[in-house]
Design a protein around this ligand. Structure first.
Ligand SMILES: N[C@@H](CCC(=O)N[C@@H](CS)C(=O)NCC(=O)O)C(=O)O
Length: 259
């Protein structure tokens, strides 16, 4: 199976800056399902979003749709089938907190804060170069810097329409910290979010912790997550199981060159 994502795994780009891609890859690694990561051109994707998977020739878009598709075909994959109704509801609520609330906090902090945009810019230029047709690659260095402000305006318009960008920086930071405090409280001292066994929500939560606390983008939200011992121990536990190469790197703290 092929996973189209933002990084190409070559080292030219970090494994991935997208929490949705890291969620899918972590779920695949929990499940022991082999995949090949390839850089995906957003404009060529059916929903203009990544990740997208090609499974036995069938293209499936959306991390959750891909996981559902694979859960029906791989009986030994990481499964939520044994969860009771309350745990299933908890999983749905945590998923919404991460994917439809904290995701937009992250988007805002990456794209609206100038110092984070300066960190983001080289990755965006490299992504544009790697997804450009080969004859155009040499020109990306001159074209991409002019295009990035246009993309930035588009992303911030989406954040305004979604609602997050109508608040000020301090309020957004507070919302982010409150949501992460809720996740930390839900985890408590359990090994995984819903108890002793990992389920799909752990792949999601790992991805959000990783893309918040281990990346170079700076914010009080990142600092808060990085200072929660239970969240970081949980991150390390899952990294050791699914991402041994990152588990080693993560002991050094946030870095611009990890996933
Ligand atoms: N519901 C989708 C969300 C995927 C998503 O939002 N991906 C972002 C990257 S984190 C994306 O492709 N954004 C490109 C754009 O909006 O232009 C999933 O679970 O895969």
């Amino acid at each position: 199976m092929i996973v189209y994502k933002f990084g190409d795994g070559s080292g030219a780009m970090p494994p991935d800056l997208s929490p949705f891609v890291v969620k899918l890859e972590t779920w695949l690694r929990f499940s022991g399902i082999a995949y090949e990561g390839r850089i995906g051109n957003l404009n060529a994707m059916p929903k203009k979003k990544l990740p997208v998977a090609v499974i036995d020739g069938v293209m499936v878009s959306d991390s959750s749709a891909i996981i559902d598709y694979l859960q029906r075909r791989h009986p030994n994959a990481l499964s939520d089938a044994r969860l009771d109704r309350v745990k299933r509801a908890q999983s749905a609520a945590i998923k919404a907190l991460l994917e439809t609330h904290l995701y937009f906090v992250t988007v805002y902090l990456r794209w609206a804060v100038d110092s984070n945009m300066a960190i983001y810019r080289p990755y965006l230029i490299e992504y544009a170069r790697l997804t450009a047709p080969p004859p155009a690659r040499a020109l990306i260095g001159t074209v991409a810097p002019a295009v990035i402000p246009i993309i930035r305006r588009k992303v911030l318009r989406q954040a305004w329409e979604q609602g997050i960008a109508r608040h000020g920086y301090d309020d957004i930071v507070r919302m982010g910290i409150d949501a992460w405090q809720a996740i930390a409280d839900l985890l408590g001292d359990q090994p995984y979010l819903l108890g002793d066994e990992a389920t799909t929500i752990d792949a999601t939560c790992f991805a959000w912790i990783h893309t918040t606390a281990m990346h170079a983008f700076e914010s009080p939200v990142r600092d808060f997550v990085a200072q929660q011992p239970a969240l970081m121990a949980y991150h390390e536990r899952i990294a050791q199981r699914c991402w041994p190469e990152l588990a080693k790197a993560s002991r050094g703290g946030p870095s611009g060159s990890s996933a």
